[in-house]
Design a protein around this ligand. Structure first.
Ligand code: SF4
Length: 279
Protein backbone atom coordinates (compact mmCIF):
# COMPACT_ATOMS: atom_id res chain seq x y z
CA UNK A 1 0.00 0.00 0.00
CA UNK A 2 3.10 2.16 0.17
CA UNK A 3 2.34 3.20 3.72
CA UNK A 4 6.02 2.42 4.28
CA UNK A 5 8.80 2.56 1.72
CA UNK A 6 10.41 -0.73 0.77
CA UNK A 7 14.04 -1.37 1.72
CA UNK A 8 14.38 -3.83 -1.16
CA UNK A 9 12.36 -5.61 -3.81
CA UNK A 10 9.34 -4.44 -5.74
CA UNK A 11 5.56 -4.39 -5.30
CA UNK A 12 3.85 -4.71 -8.66
CA UNK A 13 0.24 -3.65 -9.15
CA UNK A 14 -0.98 -4.35 -12.68
CA UNK A 15 2.68 -4.66 -13.69
CA UNK A 16 3.64 -1.28 -12.21
CA UNK A 17 6.17 -1.02 -9.40
CA UNK A 18 4.38 1.18 -6.88
CA UNK A 19 7.68 2.28 -5.32
CA UNK A 20 8.81 3.74 -8.64
CA UNK A 21 5.88 6.17 -8.72
CA UNK A 22 7.31 9.62 -8.08
CA UNK A 23 4.70 12.30 -8.80
CA UNK A 24 1.54 13.01 -6.80
CA UNK A 25 -0.90 12.69 -9.71
CA UNK A 26 0.32 9.17 -10.47
CA UNK A 27 0.32 8.32 -6.76
CA UNK A 28 -3.32 9.45 -6.38
CA UNK A 29 -4.31 7.47 -9.45
CA UNK A 30 -2.71 4.37 -7.95
CA UNK A 31 -4.42 4.92 -4.61
CA UNK A 32 -7.79 5.22 -6.28
CA UNK A 33 -7.34 1.70 -7.58
CA UNK A 34 -5.98 0.08 -4.42
CA UNK A 35 -7.31 0.55 -0.93
CA UNK A 36 -6.93 -1.06 2.47
CA UNK A 37 -9.21 -2.25 5.26
CA UNK A 38 -7.24 -2.09 8.48
CA UNK A 39 -7.13 -4.70 11.20
CA UNK A 40 -8.31 -2.64 14.11
CA UNK A 41 -11.41 -0.50 13.59
CA UNK A 42 -10.86 0.95 17.08
CA UNK A 43 -7.73 2.79 15.92
CA UNK A 44 -8.14 3.21 12.16
CA UNK A 45 -11.00 5.73 12.19
CA UNK A 46 -10.40 9.37 13.11
CA UNK A 47 -12.08 9.77 16.55
CA UNK A 48 -12.69 13.49 15.93
CA UNK A 49 -14.71 13.01 12.76
CA UNK A 50 -18.30 11.92 12.29
CA UNK A 51 -18.92 8.89 10.05
CA UNK A 52 -20.15 11.17 7.26
CA UNK A 53 -16.92 13.18 7.28
CA UNK A 54 -14.82 10.01 7.39
CA UNK A 55 -16.61 8.75 4.27
CA UNK A 56 -16.41 12.14 2.54
CA UNK A 57 -12.67 12.50 3.02
CA UNK A 58 -11.55 10.35 0.09
CA UNK A 59 -13.91 12.16 -2.32
CA UNK A 60 -12.49 15.49 -1.21
CA UNK A 61 -8.85 14.42 -1.52
CA UNK A 62 -9.35 12.80 -4.91
CA UNK A 63 -11.89 15.37 -6.13
CA UNK A 64 -14.05 12.60 -7.61
CA UNK A 65 -17.34 14.12 -6.51
CA UNK A 66 -18.77 17.64 -6.53
CA UNK A 67 -20.11 19.29 -3.36
CA UNK A 68 -23.66 19.01 -4.69
CA UNK A 69 -23.34 15.30 -5.36
CA UNK A 70 -21.55 14.40 -2.13
CA UNK A 71 -24.63 13.63 0.03
CA UNK A 72 -26.18 11.44 -2.64
CA UNK A 73 -22.90 9.59 -3.23
CA UNK A 74 -22.47 8.90 0.49
CA UNK A 75 -26.09 7.70 0.70
CA UNK A 76 -25.43 5.28 -2.16
CA UNK A 77 -22.30 4.02 -0.37
CA UNK A 78 -24.38 3.45 2.77
CA UNK A 79 -26.93 1.46 0.77
CA UNK A 80 -24.25 -0.82 -0.68
CA UNK A 81 -22.61 -1.50 2.67
CA UNK A 82 -25.71 -1.50 4.88
CA UNK A 83 -24.79 1.58 6.94
CA UNK A 84 -27.94 3.05 8.53
CA UNK A 85 -28.37 6.74 7.65
CA UNK A 86 -28.65 7.75 11.32
CA UNK A 87 -25.10 6.45 11.84
CA UNK A 88 -23.71 9.18 9.58
CA UNK A 89 -23.82 11.81 12.33
CA UNK A 90 -22.23 9.55 14.95
CA UNK A 91 -18.60 9.46 16.06
CA UNK A 92 -16.61 6.18 15.96
CA UNK A 93 -16.67 5.83 19.78
CA UNK A 94 -20.47 5.63 19.64
CA UNK A 95 -20.34 2.52 17.43
CA UNK A 96 -19.54 -1.10 18.29
CA UNK A 97 -16.62 -2.89 16.61
CA UNK A 98 -18.67 -4.46 13.82
CA UNK A 99 -20.23 -1.13 12.82
CA UNK A 100 -16.87 0.61 12.91
CA UNK A 101 -15.42 -2.02 10.61
CA UNK A 102 -18.32 -1.56 8.18
CA UNK A 103 -17.39 2.15 8.10
CA UNK A 104 -13.78 1.10 7.36
CA UNK A 105 -15.05 -1.10 4.53
CA UNK A 106 -17.25 1.69 3.13
CA UNK A 107 -14.31 4.09 3.23
CA UNK A 108 -12.17 1.60 1.29
CA UNK A 109 -14.93 1.23 -1.32
CA UNK A 110 -15.62 4.92 -1.72
CA UNK A 111 -13.25 5.42 -4.66
CA UNK A 112 -14.48 2.33 -6.46
CA UNK A 113 -11.12 0.52 -6.32
CA UNK A 114 -10.15 -2.66 -8.19
CA UNK A 115 -8.05 -4.13 -5.40
CA UNK A 116 -8.35 -4.06 -1.60
CA UNK A 117 -5.88 -5.32 0.98
CA UNK A 118 -7.91 -6.74 3.88
CA UNK A 119 -5.43 -6.80 6.74
CA UNK A 120 -6.95 -9.25 9.24
CA UNK A 121 -10.25 -7.33 9.03
CA UNK A 122 -12.11 -9.51 11.52
CA UNK A 123 -9.45 -10.48 14.04
CA UNK A 124 -10.25 -7.56 16.39
CA UNK A 125 -13.99 -8.29 16.34
CA UNK A 126 -16.22 -10.50 18.46
CA UNK A 127 -16.82 -13.90 16.90
CA UNK A 128 -20.53 -13.06 16.72
CA UNK A 129 -19.92 -10.21 14.23
CA UNK A 130 -17.06 -11.82 12.31
CA UNK A 131 -19.40 -13.85 10.09
CA UNK A 132 -21.44 -10.75 9.26
CA UNK A 133 -18.36 -8.85 8.10
CA UNK A 134 -17.00 -11.82 6.13
CA UNK A 135 -20.34 -12.29 4.37
CA UNK A 136 -20.51 -8.57 3.59
CA UNK A 137 -17.02 -8.70 2.07
CA UNK A 138 -17.88 -11.75 -0.04
CA UNK A 139 -21.08 -10.13 -1.21
CA UNK A 140 -19.29 -6.88 -2.15
CA UNK A 141 -16.56 -8.78 -3.93
CA UNK A 142 -19.10 -10.41 -6.24
CA UNK A 143 -21.21 -7.30 -6.74
CA UNK A 144 -18.32 -4.93 -7.42
CA UNK A 145 -15.94 -7.37 -9.10
CA UNK A 146 -13.18 -6.69 -6.56
CA UNK A 147 -9.91 -8.47 -5.88
CA UNK A 148 -9.00 -8.94 -2.23
CA UNK A 149 -5.68 -9.77 -0.69
CA UNK A 150 -7.03 -11.20 2.53
CA UNK A 151 -4.44 -11.54 5.31
CA UNK A 152 -5.43 -13.82 8.18
CA UNK A 153 -4.21 -16.20 10.85
CA UNK A 154 -7.64 -17.79 11.02
CA UNK A 155 -7.61 -20.73 8.63
CA UNK A 156 -11.34 -21.37 8.90
CA UNK A 157 -11.92 -17.84 7.60
CA UNK A 158 -9.29 -18.32 4.89
CA UNK A 159 -11.02 -21.52 3.78
CA UNK A 160 -14.37 -19.76 3.66
CA UNK A 161 -13.41 -16.61 1.76
CA UNK A 162 -10.43 -17.40 -0.49
CA UNK A 163 -10.06 -18.62 -4.03
CA UNK A 164 -6.29 -18.94 -3.90
CA UNK A 165 -4.19 -19.30 -0.74
CA UNK A 166 -0.54 -18.46 -0.05
CA UNK A 167 0.99 -19.76 3.20
CA UNK A 168 3.83 -17.64 4.58
CA UNK A 169 6.49 -18.55 7.09
CA UNK A 170 8.95 -15.98 8.41
CA UNK A 171 8.29 -13.54 5.58
CA UNK A 172 8.39 -15.98 2.67
CA UNK A 173 5.68 -17.78 0.74
CA UNK A 174 6.22 -21.50 1.36
CA UNK A 175 3.15 -22.82 -0.47
CA UNK A 176 0.61 -21.36 -2.87
CA UNK A 177 -2.32 -23.06 -4.59
CA UNK A 178 -6.00 -22.82 -5.32
CA UNK A 179 -7.97 -23.23 -2.11
CA UNK A 180 -9.41 -26.70 -2.84
CA UNK A 181 -6.01 -28.01 -3.90
CA UNK A 182 -4.20 -26.54 -0.90
CA UNK A 183 -6.62 -27.95 1.64
CA UNK A 184 -6.86 -31.36 -0.09
CA UNK A 185 -3.22 -31.93 -1.00
CA UNK A 186 -1.09 -29.86 1.39
CA UNK A 187 2.60 -30.41 0.71
CA UNK A 188 4.68 -28.08 2.85
CA UNK A 189 5.26 -29.38 6.39
CA UNK A 190 4.46 -25.95 7.86
CA UNK A 191 1.14 -25.79 6.00
CA UNK A 192 0.33 -29.32 7.21
CA UNK A 193 1.01 -28.33 10.83
CA UNK A 194 -1.02 -25.15 10.39
CA UNK A 195 -4.05 -26.94 8.94
CA UNK A 196 -3.94 -29.55 11.68
CA UNK A 197 -4.60 -26.71 14.16
CA UNK A 198 -8.01 -25.75 12.70
CA UNK A 199 -10.56 -26.45 15.45
CA UNK A 200 -12.82 -29.38 14.62
CA UNK A 201 -16.58 -29.11 14.80
CA UNK A 202 -17.16 -32.81 14.12
CA UNK A 203 -15.70 -34.67 17.11
CA UNK A 204 -15.84 -37.96 15.19
CA UNK A 205 -13.46 -36.64 12.54
CA UNK A 206 -9.98 -37.58 13.66
CA UNK A 207 -7.39 -35.01 12.59
CA UNK A 208 -4.43 -35.00 14.95
CA UNK A 209 -2.95 -31.65 15.80
CA UNK A 210 0.76 -31.30 15.14
CA UNK A 211 2.62 -29.35 17.81
CA UNK A 212 5.77 -27.80 16.39
CA UNK A 213 8.91 -27.99 18.49
CA UNK A 214 12.10 -26.00 18.19
CA UNK A 215 12.76 -22.29 18.02
CA UNK A 216 11.67 -19.80 15.40
CA UNK A 217 14.86 -18.34 13.88
CA UNK A 218 15.40 -14.61 13.98
CA UNK A 219 13.77 -12.88 11.02
CA UNK A 220 16.66 -10.38 10.97
CA UNK A 221 19.07 -11.31 8.23
CA UNK A 222 17.95 -14.97 7.84
CA UNK A 223 20.48 -17.47 6.48
CA UNK A 224 20.02 -18.82 2.92
CA UNK A 225 18.71 -22.18 4.19
CA UNK A 226 15.19 -23.48 4.77
CA UNK A 227 13.68 -21.06 7.31
CA UNK A 228 11.48 -23.81 8.71
CA UNK A 229 14.31 -26.33 9.20
CA UNK A 230 14.75 -25.79 12.96
CA UNK A 231 11.11 -26.84 13.54
CA UNK A 232 10.51 -29.34 10.74
CA UNK A 233 10.15 -33.03 11.57
CA UNK A 234 11.18 -33.92 8.00
CA UNK A 235 14.41 -31.92 7.93
CA UNK A 236 17.53 -33.44 6.37
CA UNK A 237 21.09 -32.05 6.13
CA UNK A 238 20.31 -30.37 2.79
CA UNK A 239 17.61 -28.29 4.50
CA UNK A 240 20.31 -26.63 6.67
CA UNK A 241 22.57 -26.05 3.67
CA UNK A 242 20.38 -24.86 0.81
CA UNK A 243 17.32 -22.63 0.61
CA UNK A 244 14.44 -24.40 -1.16
CA UNK A 245 12.95 -22.34 -3.99
CA UNK A 246 9.25 -22.07 -4.72
CA UNK A 247 8.63 -24.62 -7.50
CA UNK A 248 5.55 -25.90 -9.27
CA UNK A 249 4.62 -29.44 -8.29
CA UNK A 250 1.23 -29.45 -10.04
CA UNK A 251 -0.84 -26.99 -12.09
CA UNK A 252 -0.81 -23.72 -10.13
CA UNK A 253 0.49 -25.44 -6.98
CA UNK A 254 3.94 -24.20 -5.86
CA UNK A 255 5.88 -25.33 -2.80
CA UNK A 256 9.22 -24.23 -1.31
CA UNK A 257 10.46 -27.52 0.18
CA UNK A 258 13.23 -29.90 -0.93
CA UNK A 259 10.83 -32.79 -0.29
CA UNK A 260 7.62 -31.38 -1.72
CA UNK A 261 7.16 -34.48 -3.90
CA UNK A 262 6.71 -36.70 -0.85
CA UNK A 263 3.01 -37.37 -0.33
CA UNK A 264 1.25 -35.92 2.69
CA UNK A 265 0.55 -39.44 4.03
CA UNK A 266 4.24 -40.32 3.90
CA UNK A 267 5.16 -37.03 5.57
CA UNK A 268 2.90 -37.89 8.47
CA UNK A 269 4.41 -41.35 8.95
CA UNK A 270 7.76 -39.79 9.86
CA UNK A 271 8.41 -40.82 13.52
CA UNK A 272 9.30 -37.33 14.59
CA UNK A 273 5.90 -35.72 13.97
CA UNK A 274 5.00 -34.05 17.26
CA UNK A 275 1.31 -34.94 17.55
CA UNK A 276 -0.53 -33.44 20.49
CA UNK A 277 -0.50 -36.28 23.03
CA UNK A 278 -3.79 -35.17 24.57
CA UNK A 279 -5.77 -35.81 21.41
S1 SF4 B 1 13.05 -28.06 3.03
FE1 SF4 B 1 13.45 -29.52 4.63
S2 SF4 B 1 13.24 -28.39 6.55
FE2 SF4 B 1 12.33 -27.17 4.93
S3 SF4 B 1 10.20 -27.69 5.00
FE3 SF4 B 1 11.11 -29.03 3.49
S4 SF4 B 1 11.69 -30.87 4.62
FE4 SF4 B 1 11.26 -29.28 6.12
Amino acid sequence: MRLQNATSGQVLVNGKNIFAVKNRAEDLELRRKMQIIFQDPYSSLNPKKRVKDILAEAYKIHKTCTKEMLDGTIDALCDVTGIAKDMLMQYPHELDGGKRQVVGIARALSLNPDFIVCDEPVSALDVSVQAKIINLLMDLQKKMDLSFLFISHDLSVVKHISHRVAVMYLGKIVEIADKEELFADTRHPYSIALLSAIPKVDVNRKVRRIVLKGDVPSPIDPKPVCRFASRCWMSQPICFEKEPQLREIGPGHCVACHFADVSREKMLTADMVGFDQNE
